[in-house]
Design a protein around this ligand. Structure first.
Ligand code: ADP
Ligand code: MG
Length: 347
């Protein structure tokens, strides 16, 4: 155990999963204490820009704001796209978790997740933003490692395990053993592109323009990786703006057309997994053959995705319990438990 911890075992220490779509915070001794959209609404008044809302409140404004308010998502593809706004967002969330009180003079020790593909510059940016947001000390952890720990995989043992984390911006595929990544790859396919694919399919087929939030609701309600057997599946009424006459309008979409719209992206996830398996050392491959693949992240909840991936690989596929929060939980456990010392870095 680090000396600083012995001197001050602090119950204020945090693990943050700063996702493209959602930020999740784990507080020592409490568990998950925050889960909010990574969205910030900025307002410009008399030429001066200020933060109007952050998180859930800001997401409600997405696509519905007057000219003076702009909603932005400071994280793109898992890394910081807008450093100043990201910093304000992290600071706001940290303060919220702390109930508005000041941190015990020294600020919390924070572990923050980074995607394996992040460059040294991107890692430094995330670290710096977290320091500026009030942290006393910042550790970094690979997101796939955190996901594996959170999903309860035996990463501290010499056993191979495969984790596929499908977030908003990217899909991270990793093979882990003995507290390290034996292989990792990232493809820019995630929930956001699924939403885009749904919106553009509806635009093409029905001449109806829908917003991001509506596309996501369609995905939640009837999205699937499996083409329905009857070629139609469930149906859903969808509202948007008619492209031909410009007025609000309502149409019916069916599950089959949504499955078709998503098929190419689902295929790209499968490709990434197959190519990771091809590059795996035989001993690790044998372990994965026994234990299968664990999926985490919101995208893994797409109906039928586990089935399709299992068919394509011939391996068992399990969606982690708490798929949306297990990265933060795993990062928190890494901070708490000696067994995982060595998966955290400060660089
Ligand atoms: P990130 O880590 O990038 O913030 P998350 O792991 O929080 O991403 O996942 C967010 C994505 O998961 C969003 O695109 C969201 O639409 C999608 N998602 C959440 N629940 C479901 C579901 N039941 N079916 C399909 N997609 C889902
Ligand atoms: Mg994530």
């Amino acid at each position: 155990m680090r000396l600083s911890r012995l001197l001050s075992p602090s119950s204020s220490d945090l693990a943050i999963d700063l996702g493209t779509v959602n930020t999740v915070i784990y507080l020592r001794e409490k568990g998950i204490v925050l889960n909010e959209p990574s969205v910030v609404a900025l307002e410009t008044l008399d030429g001066v820009q200020r933060v109007r809302a952050i998180g859930a409140e800001a997401k409600l404004m997405l696509g519905k704001t007057p000219d003076a308010i702009r909603t932005i998502r400071p994280m793109r593809d898992g890394v910081i796209a807008d450093i100043d706004v990201a910093e304000q967002m992290i600071k706001h969330f940290i303060e919220k978790v702390n109930g508005g009180r000041n941190w015990l003079s020294r600020g919390p020790e924070i572990v923050i997740c980074i995607p394996s593909g992040a460059t040294p510059v991107e890692r430094r940016a995330i670290r710096q933003a977290t320091m500026n947001a009030g942290a006393r000390k910042v550790h970094l952890i690979e997101e796939s490692m955190a996901a594996a720990i959170g999903a309860g995989l035996p990463v501290a043992e010499p056993i191979g395990a495969m984790v596929v984390d499908i977030g908003g911006g990217t899909t991270e595929v990793a093979i882990l053993s003995l507290r390290g990544l034996a292989y990792s790859t990232s493809v820019r396919v995630g929930g956001d592109r699924m939403d885009d694919a749904i919106a553009s399919s509806i635009r093409r087929k029905h001449n109806l323009m829908i917003g991001e939030a509506t596309a996501e609701q369609i995905k939640f309600a009837i999205g699937t990786a499996l083409i329905p057997e009857d070629g139609v599946g469930q149906e859903m009424r969808v509202r948007g703006r008619d492209l031909l006459n410009g007025v609000p309008s309502e149409i019916t979409v069916n599950q089959a057309e949504i499955a078709q719209a998503l098929a190419d992206l689902v295929g790209q996830v499968i490709e990434a997994v197959l190519s990771a398996l091809e590059k795996t050392e035989p001993e690790l491959a044998a372990d994965i053959f026994d234990r299968g693949i664990v999926m985490t992240g919101g995208g893994s909840l797409l109906a039928g995705l586990d089935t399709v991936l299992s068919e394509a690989t011939g391996l068992p596929v399990i969606v982690a319990e708490n798929a949306l929060t297990c990265v933060a939980t795993g990062a928190g456990q890494a901070l708490d438990d000696q067994v995982f010392q060595g998966v955290l870095t400060t660089a």
